[in-house]
Design a protein around this ligand. Structure first.
Ligand code: PGA
Length: 237
């Protein structure tokens, strides 16, 4: 149960004052990977956090208004990027083809990738969860030959569990995580860490941390509240 990874996905939350307070409160807990909005990245890096971002451009530089590249992020000291979060897939039209381009750019610039995959409720109810996840992994990572156990992390996030307070049973999570591990081993000959994400909080972390196959957690809502996030970090240390 010890030494599982904890990643915080802050999404588009908190103002500058709140970030200052957050960083103060999180002193001593910089061993998580925190993914704030781009604008706050330097504050977290300067305060000793292992820092990631929530998305990355599929280009290195040029006339791409509003985008931030892996090259720029790496030059600042960013270590990780989430790619393919379901909110990006659904709301911003991040297709599997685009996700693959983003992964390539991240890896080329030495950012480690946290690739999110997961099924909708309808897919789960129709027994299509594994198929959906296999489709995502087989397209997103196809022919990328520099992925390895160190530069790729997979996050299993059932879409119906994100921000809803609903969490699959430990057995259901274990089944999918084990499936992801088998598939990445068979298809890509790698053994990446696989995280669980979706309504992880300070009340359910002890239970979730029992799942042996889970290598860590991608935490959304609960990472915004230092008291809750600290409990999560402490529970898996
Ligand atoms: P949640 O979000 O913990 O608020 O469900 C997880 C995520 O979207 O990564």
């Amino acid at each position: 149960m010890a030494n599982k990874l904890v990643v915080g996905n802050m999404k588009m939350n908190l103002s500058y004052d709140e970030i200052e307070e957050y960083i103060d409160r999180m002193q001593g807990y910089q061993d998580c990977i925190i993914c704030p909005s781009y604008i706050y990245v330097p504050y977290f890096i300067d305060s000793g956090f292992t820092t990631g971002v929530q998305d990355v451009a599929s280009y290195d530089n040029g006339s791409y208004t509003g985008e931030v590249s892996a090259k720029q992020l790496a030059s600042l000291g960013v270590k990780y990027t989430i790619i393919g979060h379901s909110e990006r897939r659904e709301l911003f039209n991040d297709t599997d083809a685009l996700i693959k381009e983003k992964i390539i750019k991240a890896l080329t610039n030495n950012l480690k990738v946290i690739l999110c995959v997961g099924e909708t409720l309808t897919e789960r109810e129709n027994d299509q969860a594994k198929k959906k996840i296999a489709d995502q992994l087989l397209t997103d990572l196809k022919d990328i030959d520099n992925i390895n156990d160190d530069n790729l992390i997979i996050a299993y996030e059932p879409i119906w569990a994100i921000g809803t307070g609903k969490v699959p049973s430990n057995d259901d999570i274990d089944e999918i995580i084990s499936y992801i591990k088998e598939l990445t081993n068979k298809e890509y000959h790698i053994n990446p860490k696989v995280l669980y994400g979706g309504s992880t909080n300070d009340a359910n972390i002890k239970e979730l941390a029992q799942i042996k196959s889970v290598d860590g957690f991608l935490v959304g809502g609960a990472c915004l509240v230092p008291d809750k996030f600290i409990k999560i970090i402490e529970a898996v240390r």
